[in-house]
Design a protein. Structure first.
Length: 427
């Protein structure tokens, strides 16, 4: 009898775990959420929650295979899902949260982009800059982050995300950190824990000069531009340029051995520090399609003057940007206790609502300490976004971190963003 009772308890426990892991009953439309880290590898999900329609948020547990999924009931399309990323970030032990408020018509497979590093492999060797005139130091860029060393010796060592074919970018610089030459080092097999690779740069690696045409900016704003490259193997190069980069346009500097599969990000932007407001445009180009002369324009209005947030424990953000074809909003809050919280909210989910209040998740297991503590200084950012990508494409494409936002990178796509920012003291 005792053994029979134990078998009964085990069976009951298995049924309970199975029911909780699926989020809810297995009817309706299934939504599955995943997470990736800085190198594009799967990342740990340490806590999850979900909501259907305007219902209560509930804890979401993984199924027996570790998959986080739930069902949106028949007749309903709106849902929310929150993911707490694993706490192994490059800025130390900190928490980050991704919240998505989408519809099943837009995507049923949201992806949380986490700042987690994950398992790393060591890449080391010697770097030879002797054939680059004036070079006195170098940088080596790796997927997800960069490592910088002065050339006191010719030895280098960097750490790259574990897995398949990775790229490095080696930059030769002068004593003032101006980039003189660059080379993409392809096909690093980081499935090995330790990799040895010698690097040599020469005159053929000199940066190539392209020209970006002048562009117009909204009244009261100052213009800027830059060029970046995300390689097929995951490393990000940002052309820092020299001198003033304004709406007057000017030269940008590309990498000579970039090739098909590497994607250039051409950015023009304008901002107003007095209004804490900005607008930007991104065009994404397959590397061979980067022309000698580039002409772009800003295609989104700034947030209206005086736009701000309503401060509360869960603040309210405006979702009434004047452009009619906004695809979604992204809201970010940053504070010392909980490093980064990102909320993506589609206009279809909003359904005409002109404001959005951040959901309170502190009662959900795993989310208790992800909200600012009273008295903490909180930095906030609003972004109204238009893109040529579908929301599913936007969410699932390879991303590059630009500041505190993860931006999808796909050749042929465009993105327009209006930004607004500020600070407040958590009540």
């Amino acid at each position: 009898m005792k053994n029979l009772f134990g078998v009964f308890l085990l069976a009951l426990l298995a049924l309970t775990i199975s029911a909780c892991g699926g989020g809810n009953q297995a009817t309706g439309t299934k939504v599955t959420v995943t997470a990736v880290g800085l190198g594009g590898n799967p990342s740990l999900i340490s806590a999850a929650a979900y909501q259907t329609g305007d219902g209560e948020w509930q804890q979401l547990l993984p199924d027996k295979d570790g998959v986080f999924s739930f069902y949106v009931p028949d007749g309903e399309t709106r849902y929310g899902v929150a993911i707490r990323c694993g706490d192994n970030f490059p800025l130390g032990s900190a928490a980050a949260m991704n919240v998505f408020q989408f519809t099943t018509n837009e995507t049923v497979s949201p992806v949380a982009h986490c700042m987690a590093i994950g398992e790393l492999s060591s890449v080391s060797g010697e770097i030879d800059l002797s054939a680059v005139g004036g070079a006195t130091r170098y940088e080596i860029l790796v997927p997800g982050k960069s490592e910088s060393d002065t050339v006191s010796s010719n030895d280098y060592e960097v750490y790259v995300p574990h897995g398949g074919s990775r790229d490095l970018i080696a930059l030769a610089e002068d004593s003032s950190s101006n980039i003189l030459a660059a080379r993409i080092i392809r096909g690093i097999d980081a499935s090995n824990a330790v990799v040895y690779k010698d690097i040599a740069l020469n005159s053929s690696d000199a940066l190539q000069t392209h020209n970006l045409a002048a562009f117009s900016v909204p009244s009261g704003m100052d213009g800027h531009f830059t060029l970046s490259l995300l390689t097929a193997g995951g490393s990000l190069y940002i052309d820092s340029g020299s001198g003033t980069r304004s709406e007057a346009g000017g030269p940008v500097y590309a990498i000579a051995n970039a090739q098909h599969g590497d994607t250039y990000i051409v950015e023009i932007s304008a901002d107003s520090s007095s209004r804490n407001s900005s607008v930007l445009h991104h065009t994404y180009l397959d590397a061979p399609d980067l022309g000698s002369n580039i002409s772009l324009s800003l295609n989104i209005a700034p947030f209206p003057a005086g736009s701000t947030i309503t401060v509360a424990a869960n603040p309210t953000f405006a979702t009434n940007h004047p452009d009619a074809n906004i695809d979604f909003y992204e809201f970010v809050t940053i504070s010392p206790q909980a490093l980064l919280r990102t909320y993506q909210v589609s206009t279809d989910w909003l359904g005409g609502k002109t404001s959005y209040t951040l959901p309170g998740l502190s009662s959900i297991p795993g989310f208790q300490k992800l909200h600012p503590a009273a008295g903490e200084n909180v930095h906030w950012n609003s972004a109204a976004i238009k893109t040529s990508l579908t929301l599913k494409e936007y969410n699932t494409q390879p991303h590059a971190w630009v500041g505190f936002m993860a931006i999808p990178v796909k050749a042929g796509a465009t993105l327009d963003l209006a930004g607004l920012w500020g600070e407040y003291t958590a009540p």
